[in-house]
Design a protein around this ligand. Structure first.
Ligand SMILES: NC(=O)c1ccc[n+]([C@@H]2O[C@H](COP(=O)([O-])OP(=O)(O)OC[C@H]3O[C@@H](n4cnc5c(N)ncnc54)[C@H](O)[C@@H]3O)[C@@H](O)[C@H]2O)c1
Length: 423
């Protein structure tokens, strides 16, 4: 089978590579010429993506996978087209669909009768049917008669995309009746994993938003409970361990907000739909307020932050992946700076330019002599740090550290919803 994957970024590239490795001929289409050149040389642009490097080299060398900037020519050769172009929110908090529209218009210019188009990018409900399918009809072809459309969300964790592709069922929902059936058959063939076919594209779109909203709200609840724990001087980690020891409670871990271009973004897609969304909005608000809350706690503990030297460790949105959209490290920088602290940033996964792009002064090596170090993304490179050398107070922004280990080294510890080590 010939398949085009439009958008070969964090998600599209591993998906395309995996399909090619199962014996299909795959075209990876992207507007980024540098990325296309790199992929065609067999070079892996995502070194933090487990298993991708070797697989990519094999499929490029074997001739099964080719990257191109010519989407129109590529889709003319293919029976199936997957869209993995990113959709984020604009300044007003609404989905910014411009890149996806432009990709759909390119595909419409190239596709031949009989093509199946599958949208993988998470979308506001109704977008596939109302906004995208009509753009595919723009060259005179008719949905249902000449081509089919389905929505099938990617349910993957960056860093282990290849493993996750067959770990959970692939959810699909058609826009036209044949779209759902054909998408289900396609995924059974290319991945061989379980497929969950839903009634239509809207059901599949809402199922993906439901997953994201659940996690955002669950974290918001954990964050609210952490603030209650602080009021009463109890340790939220003990509370969560006890509450989650029965099968009906699955409370997540509190922290300084939620980053990345998935969890904090998808509740906003619900908030721009036609249904009720006050709970999603409230969850967003609680999580967005956490950086200010955490920094205020540090300020109270130290009796002020003016001229304090603060180091933020791990600037990406989560550990061990070099991805920065919506990272809360930037919010921590803003909150500490607003209180007069001097702030430096460090991240072994980012270049010095990448660190500066986020607004940070890169911390000089060795990492030592700070008043406060906030462990924002606990990358594996930080496991060997001698905490007492780094700073007098270690703030565990995601409750990821072993507090006894930090204290045994002679540093003070403060977690989110966890009492500070006495001075
Ligand atoms: N990253 C995740 O963890 C994750 C998890 C689940 C679902 N998703 C979904 O996958 C989508 C894609 O995410 P990503 O992380 O791969 O994004 P990304 O930014 O890494 O990749 C998107 C790619 O699309 C390309 N592109 C933009 N406009 C284009 C066009 N008109 N034609 C062709 N290519 C174009 C970009 O150059 C880029 O390489 C997200 O919007 C999200 O809905 C992501």
């Amino acid at each position: 089978m010939n398949v085009a994957v439009v958008g070969i970024g964090r998600i599209g590239l591993p998906v395309a590579t995996k399909i090619a490795s199962n014996g299909h001929r795959v075209f990876g289409c992207d507007i980024n010429t540098e990325l296309v050149g790199k992929v065609n040389r067999g070079e892996n642009p995502l070194p933090d993506e487990a298993g991708l490097g070797e697989l990519l080299k094999q499929v490029v060398a074997g001739g099964n996978f080719q990257a191109t900037t010519d989407t129109i020519a590529a889709v003319a050769e293919c029976e199936t087209v997957l869209f993995a172009v990113a959709v984020d929110v604009d300044e007003s908090g609404r989905a910014d669909l411009r890149n996806l529209f432009s990709a759909a218009e390119d595909v419409a210019r190239g596709m031949k009768p009989g093509t199946l188009c599958i949208f993988d990018t998470t979308l506001p409900i109704g977008t596939t049917r109302r906004e995208l399918a009509p753009r595919l009809e723009s060259n005179g072809m008719k949905l249902g008669r000449d081509f089919s459309v389905a929505f099938s969300p990617e349910r993957l964790l960056m860093g282990r995309v290849i493993e996750d592709l067959t770990k959970y069922p692939k959810v699909v929902g058609g826009v036209d009746p044949a779209g759902g059936d054909r998408a289900a058959a396609f995924y059974r063939e290319v991945f061989g994993g379980q497929v969950l076919q839903l009634a239509n594209a809207e059901t599949a779109e809402l199922s993906k938003l439901a997953e994201g909203a659940y996690r955002d709200l669950n974290i918001a609840l954990a964050n609210e409970l952490a603030q209650v724990a602080d009021v009463h001087g109890v340790d939220i980690s003990e509370v969560l361990q006890a509450a989650n020891s029965q099968p009906y409670s699955h409370l997540h871990v509190p922290g300084t907000g939620v980053g990345g271009h998935c969890i904090p973004v998808y509740p906003r897609f619900l908030m721009q739909g036609e249904g009720p969304s006050s709970l999603s909005a409230r969850g967003r608000q609680v999580n967005d307020e956490m950086p200010a809350y955490a920094v205020h706690r540090v300020e109270e503990l130290l009796g002020g932050l003016a001229d304090k030297k603060v180091l933020i460790l791990g600037l990406t949105f989560r550990p061990n992946v070099a991805v920065t959209p919506h990272t809360n490290a930037v919010d921590l920088l803003r909150e500490f700076s607003a209180r007069g602290a001097r702030v430096w940033g460090h991240d072994p996964l980012l270049s010095e330019a990448g660190t500066r792009e986020l607004g940070f002064d890169p911390a000089p090596e060795p990492l030592a002599g700070y008043d406060v170090a906030v462990v924002h993304a606990y990358h594996r490179q930080y496991a060997a740090l001698d905490w007492a050398n780094v700073a007098r107070l270690i703030v565990d922004a995601r409750n990821a550290l072993d507090r006894r280990e930090v204290e045994s080294r002679g540093a003070r510890y403060l977690g989110i919803g966890r009492p500070a080590t006495p001075a």
